[in-house]
Design a protein around this ligand. Structure first.
Ligand SMILES: *[C@@H]1O[C@H](CO)[C@@H](O)[C@H](O)[C@H]1NC(C)=O
Ligand SMILES: *[C@@H]1O[C@H](CO)[C@@H](O)[C@H](O)[C@H]1NC(C)=O
Ligand SMILES: *[C@@H]1O[C@H](CO)[C@@H](O)[C@H](O)[C@H]1NC(C)=O
Ligand SMILES: *[C@@H]1O[C@H](CO)[C@@H](O)[C@H](O)[C@H]1NC(C)=O
Ligand SMILES: *[C@@H]1O[C@H](CO)[C@@H](O)[C@H](O)[C@H]1NC(C)=O
Ligand SMILES: *[C@@H]1O[C@H](CO)[C@@H](O)[C@H](O)[C@H]1NC(C)=O
Length: 369
């Protein structure tokens, strides 16, 4: 075992960046197939349906978008972004809200917006419980289907969502059949319900993660979110209209630090021990750095990052002062959602998500080393 002085942040950044540039794409089996009917690069998004496995809702719908730069011959692998709508939100609404189908926001990734049954997802107290309706096998089937029809880089598949949809992105991280296919996960104003609130344990101890796998996780969450409170205490509001306070969610700092733990970056703060493995991929062996905090956007955003085994920002949290329940962006959201958000911001969550996703890939670096 070799010991080296701690990596400087600049060096860590340089190494991480170098890696994401050099990791080659892993083309999907769909490369070279004719494009699905009606779908063309930069064209309007198209609804498709697919049959999900037993217990996953039968015929399911999703909205699909190809960026302008997608190869018309379907031969150049592109990353895939999976984006989940909120409880009661349409796929068109999350498409507009996120701007991911806008080439000025996202010129590179194919985007799929899956639709929930009755536009809701598993993991909310008012959705059917998992044994009745499990959305995860639907997404698993959908991902494999997209792999076999589009030319995708299977090492660069990312999942995110808003509110209930952010919760589902989290559940996909906790379910090995889907987590194996996805390089990184993120939630915006995401709802991760406690076992007590849900009556089943899918977000807490029930979260299953493959050993030794790097699981990048990002959260963007507002201090004024009164639908899914940052600290998880929703007792002050009654959005579900049952005359009582709403059920607790997992406090965001706990959700993040648990992912820090699953990524092996929970440990003593400071005091790094570094080693280099045979292929000279740097990582920190023990006592990893946890939660370095920086203040951004004139103090309205606090970014916490967990550096795990030499990779900076594997777990990343944005605490956004003043943000309500919404998707931060410089533009107004559609009616209904704008009221809960508390106004536009000077930045776009979508750009933050894309920049962070681009750091991660499955493939050679899928395991820690
Ligand atoms: C896709 O289907 C949904 C649900 O029926 C519908 O609201 C939406 O307008 C459709 N979008 C497109 C682009 O066809
Ligand atoms: C969807 O809504 C319909 C009509 O309200 C209801 O009958 C059905 O049970 C709902 N399905 C699920 C899975 O919640
Ligand atoms: C990160 O650490 C800071 C300072 O110890 C703390 O205030 C903050 O809540 C932590 N962030 C998260 C998301 O746990
Ligand atoms: C770091 O190491 C120093 C010297 O060995 C020790 O005094 C200090 O308590 C350690 N700090 C932490 C956070 O473990
Ligand atoms: C930053 O905060 C300071 C102090 O609150 C304020 O005077 C200034 O206008 C803010 N600047 C921006 C760009 O928001
Ligand atoms: C945010 O995105 C909108 C488009 O949705 C764009 O017009 C604007 O320039 C972006 N702003 C920043 C600061 O990225």
């Amino acid at each position: 075992m070799h010991f080296f002085p701690p990596l400087t942040p600049a060096l860590t950044l340089a190494l991480n960046t170098l890696h994401s540039i050099t990791a080659p794409p892993v083309p999907s089996t769909g490369c070279g197939n004719p494009l699905p009917e009606g779908l063309f690069p930069g064209g309007p998004s198209v609804n498709f349906t697919i049959f999900a496995p037993e217990g996953s809702g039968g015929q399911r719908r999703y909205l699909l978008h190809l960026p302008e730069r997608f190869d018309l011959r379907n031969r150049t692998p592109k990353p895939l972004l999976v984006v989940f709508h909120a409880f009661g939100q349409t796929t068109t609404s999350i498409e507009d809200m996120s701007g991911f189908s806008d080439d000025t926001v996202n010129g590179d990734m194919v985007v799929v917006y899956p639709e929930g049954i009755n536009n809701t997802w598993q993991g909310d107290p008012s959705s059917p419980p998992t044994p009745t309706l499990d959305d995860r096998p639907y997404i698993h089937t959908l991902l494999l289907h997209l792999h076999s029809t589009l030319c995708l880089d299977t090492s660069r598949v990312y999942a995110t969502g808003f509110s209930n949809g952010g919760g589902l992105a989290g559940l996909l991280a906790c379910y090995p059949p889907t987590s194996r296919l996805i390089a990184a996960f993120a939630g915006v104003s995401a709802a991760y319900y406690t076992t007590e609130s849900l009556g089943e344990d899918i977000f807490e101890n029930g979260c299953r993660v493959e050993e030794g796998r790097r699981m990048p996780m990002l959260s963007i969450h507002g201090s004024k979110d009164d639908v899914v409170a940052y600290d998880g205490d929703n007792s002050g509001v009654d959005w579900d209209g049952d005359g009582r306070g709403d059920p607790d969610t997992v406090p965001i700092p706990r959700w993040l630090s648990e992912w820090g733990g699953r990524n092996g970056c929970q440990g003593v703060k400071g005091n790094l021990t570094l080693e280099a493995d045979i292929s000279m991929n740097w990582h920190i062996a023990t006592g990893d750095v946890v939660n370095a905090t920086m203040v951004l956007e004139n103090g309205s955003v606090r970014k916490s990052t967990w550096t795990c085994r030499g990779w900076s920002g594997v777990v990343t949290g944005y605490y956004v002062a003043g943000l309500g329940h919404g998707w931060p962006s410089t533009v107004a959201l559609d009616e209904g959602w704008e009221g809960m958000r508390g106004g536009p911001s000077s930045w776009n969550a979508s750009s933050v998500l894309l920049e962070w996703f681009k750091k991660w890939s499955l493939g050679g670096d899928r395991r820690w080393g």
